[in-house]
Design a protein. Structure first.
Length: 119
């Protein structure tokens, strides 16, 4: 058996399976936080401004909370709720991957010799 690794992704959804945050939206929020510009985020992600804004609005609607503040002079920034959502998602991702890796190793690495004897 070759060398395997596990790839795992998490999405947080509401009761209707509307995405609140996943890999794509976390990237959008990270970039809003670092650039302060939805236009810049759209360019960096090779998305339309409308698509970026639509994903933010969809998350806000699902959460019933504002996660990005926009101001023509000040630009865009994460709200307290947006920063909290991003921080919690990043923590969840890190902890899930650690646990997923532990489970993966217990199944695919621990039994390698034993599995080959049963073939």
């Amino acid at each position: 058996m070759g060398h395997f690794k596990l790839l795992s992704k998490q999405w947080i959804v509401d009761e209707n399976n509307n995405i609140i945050i996943g890999e794509g939206r976390s990237e959008i929020l990270e970039l809003v936080d670092s650039t302060g510009s939805l236009n810049q985020v759209a360019k960096l992600l090779k998305m339309s401004y409308k698509a970026v804004w639509g994903k933010i609005k969809a998350s806000e609607k699902a959460m019933n909370a504002k996660i990005v503040d926009t101001d023509r002079k000040l630009g865009s920034q994460l709200t307290r709720e947006g920063k909290e959502l991003l921080a919690k998602y990043n923590r969840l991702k890190k902890e899930c991957m650690a646990e997923d890796d532990r489970i993966f190793r217990s199944i695919f690495e621990k039994n390698t010799d034993q599995d080959s004897n049963h073939e």
